[in-house]
Design a protein around this ligand. Structure first.
Ligand code: ADP
Ligand code: 5GP
Length: 221
């Protein structure tokens, strides 16, 4: 029988301002690690963007439905950002840690810190930053997000997220990695290395599965 190391599932959380590249890299990660890294699809009251697939990017619902589901306890955490509601389904989490399945989250810094508080040993947070504000603007224009009012709102949120990031420098273990998204391929290679390395962390390993590899027989036995 094929002997394998078993471990708890990891919650990989990709954080960063709008346009920093979160969707791009989450998409690539779930493609590459399709078998054992599952995307946690959030629920939102925001309208879908042109390139978004309902049930894949998000579960899109009305504001009323979101509130009804929040009130029945469907969410592990939820936040209001840019006037829209976003929430992480509790059922997504149950399917992760204890089953040894890794989950990928693309949520804001407040949601990420909720995961860190509840699952400090299993949550890995990665904050993505664009190389400059000019690059961020031009990438957002390229994506087609051009409504100036909407952009202003998103930049205001970006300012808050950067302030929260700076503040967390005083709290070790809250933001695990900061990755600069300059070149697409270099950045992806850094993010995928984080996933690969975190999967080998000893403290998440199941000891029974470790012990099967730690056998030393007497010579001649
Ligand atoms: P987010 O999900 O954080 O809002 P996206 O992943 O949608 O950001 O990225 C915003 C835009 O920037 C997309 O059009 C994406 O293709 C582009 N982009 C992301 N990373 C890079 C990069 N390193 N170089 C050039 N364009 C990029
Ligand atoms: P967007 O509208 O650009 O898809 O997302 C806006 C912000 O909401 C992003 O920072 C995104 O990461 C965050 N977000 C998406 N889903 C969730 C969620 O379930 N919980 C929290 N707290 N934030 C979320």
């Amino acid at each position: 029988m094929d002997r394998q190391l078993k471990r708890k599932g990891i919650l990989f959380v990709i954080i960063g301002p709008t346009g920093s590249g979160k969707s791009t890299f989450c998409g690539r990660l779930v493609n590459e690690f399709a078998k054992d890294l599952h995307y946690s699809i959030s629920v939102t009251s925001r309208a879908p963007r042109a390139n978004e697939v309902p049930g894949k990017s998000y579960h899109f619902v009305s504001r009323d439905e979101f509130i009804a589901r929040r009130d029945t306890g469907d969410f592990f955490e939820w936040e209001e950002t840019h006037g829209n509601l976003y929430g992480t389904l509790l059922s997504n989490l149950h399917n992760g840690i204890d089953c040894g399945v890794d989950l990928l989250f693309q949520i804001d810094i407040r949601g990420a810190m909720s995961l860190k508080r509840s699952f400090p040993d299993n949550t890995v947070s990665v904050f993505l930053v664009p190389p400059s504000f000019e690059a961020l603007k031009s990438r957002l224009m390229g994506r087609g997000t051009v409504d100036p009012h909407e952009l202003q709102r998103r930049f205001a949120t970006a300012r808050e997220e950067y302030a929260a990031l700076r503040k967390l420098s005083e709290e070790p273990g809250k933001i695990d990695y900061l990755v600069l998204n300059h070149d697409l391929e270099d950045t992806y290679s850094q993010i995928r290395s984080i996933v690969v390395a975190e999967r080998s962390r000893y403290h998440r390993m199941d000891q029974c599965s470790v012990s099967q590899f730690c056998e030393v027989n007497d010579v001649g036995a």
